[in-house]
Design a protein around this ligand. Structure first.
Ligand SMILES: C[S@@+](CC[C@H](N)C(=O)[O-])C[C@H]1O[C@@H](n2cnc3c(N)ncnc32)[C@H](O)[C@@H]1O
Length: 344
């Protein structure tokens, strides 16, 4: 996503990856380089590493080269450095617009790899760091925090997603996140602050919005997702005493083109309480999540628990499906079901 925006800003050059292993992510990193520019792969390939290393896997140079060759007929762009990344001089990988770090996972290696990436990446270029949020490798976040403290302002956090953090090399070439919002208004993301910078956070909700077949390394093709719920309450009226919890049985149909399911952005059924004059009595209420997915076209009998207001009176219960962190479905053209509630 960001590679294309950067290319549009005229920043597309060489690329580099530390920790190529057998080439899975390297194949993508190679695709992000400018035509005619090199991609450098750094890996110990099973060579000696010291006791602070904690990468888990070890690579195999022959397998790496063979896997890259399966995707690129001409691999003359490939430069392989079979060494501990801490011993690699920045001059050997200079001028990168994209640098992926997935090598040793100790604090020392991470700190050193970030320093190498910061030296080797051009102004405005991107540095992606893997496993920052992986609890099995606390050294990655530890080393990153050390680096950010020592080299304040060198790498600025830009985005978080799928266990990775993407940094941009200062000085920044324009506001990439503002450009992202302009170009991809529908791609779901939330916001966070990391090391004092505003970052965009991408979760699994991104996947349905990406048209993989039509996307290229230079441009992300998005697709609109239809979101519709057919909500049919099984009662016409709810009666409750003040503060009571009552059941609202309903039949819910998924008329969207994606499943209602559980993820880091789960789908759930919930409701808002309105007063007869249209003002809000209580907007946020308990959710009932789809722990078992409801596939497109599927229907399910459900029971929503509604908590009545403490003040007696007449209310309206608006039942809708929520995609957490993204939207209520009625904001995307679906309809909430409305059931009157009398509190006496
Ligand atoms: C998690 S694997 C990388 C996975 C790979 N990016 C992929 O897409 O499959 C980590 C790799 O980093 C390498 N590695 C570990 N410590 C390293 C170090 N200090 N310098 C260079 N490479 C290292 C390992 O040999 C291993 O191949």
């Amino acid at each position: 996503m960001y590679g294309g925006l950067l290319a549009d800003a005229g920043i597309r050059k060489a690329t580099c990856e530390i920790g190529v292993n057998r080439g899975l992510s390297a194949i993508v990193v190679a695709a992000l380089r400018a035509p005619g520019s090199p991609m450098t792969g750094i890996d110990t390939f099973g060579g000696p590493r010291d006791a602070t290393s904690s990468g888990g896997m070890s690579g195999d140079e022959a397998a790496f080269r063979a896997n890259v060759a399966r995707f690129y007929a001409d691999t003359s762009f490939l430069r392989v450095i079979a060494a501990d990344s801490r011993a690699v001089a920045p001059s050997r990988v200079d001028g990168c617009s994209f640098f992926h770090i997935d090598g040793g996972h100790s604090a020392d290696e991470t700190r050193s790899d970030l320093a190498l990436a910061a030296e080797a990446t051009v102004e405005g270029g991107l540095v992606a760091l893997d496993d920052y949020f992986n609890p099995s490798f606390p050294g990655v976040s530890e080393g990153t925090v050390h680096f950010l403290d020592e080299r304040r302002g060198t790498l600025v956090p830009l985005a978080i997603g799928h266990n990775k953090v993407i940094f941009q090399c200062a000085p920044l070439a324009g506001d990439l996140n503002a450009r992202f919002a302009e170009r991809y208004p529908r791609v779901p993301r939330t916001r966070a602050v990391f090391d004092g910078a505003d970052v965009l956070v991408f979760g699994s909700a991104v996947a349905p919005h990406v048209d993989v077949e039509r996307s290229t390394p230079a441009r992300l093709a998005t697709r609109d997702v239809t979101l519709r719920a057919d909500i049919r309450p099984r009662v016409r009226l709810l009666l409750a005493s003040p503060g009571a919890r009552i059941d609202l049985p309903l039949r819910l149909g998924n008329r969207s083109d994606i499943a209602f399911d559980w993820s880091d952005a789960p789908f759930g059924v919930s409701y808002q309480l309105y007063r007869p004059d249209g003002s809000v009595e209580r907007y946020e209420n308990a959710r009932q999540y789809f722990m078992a997915p409801l596939e497109p076209g599927g229907d399910r009998e459900m029971t929503l628990e509604v908590t009545a207001p403490l003040r007696p009176g007449d209310y309206l219960v608006h039942v809708d499906v929520v995609w957490e962190g993204i939207c209520w479905l009625r904001e995307r053209g679906s309809h909430a079901a409305v059931v009157p509630l009398q509190v006496r």
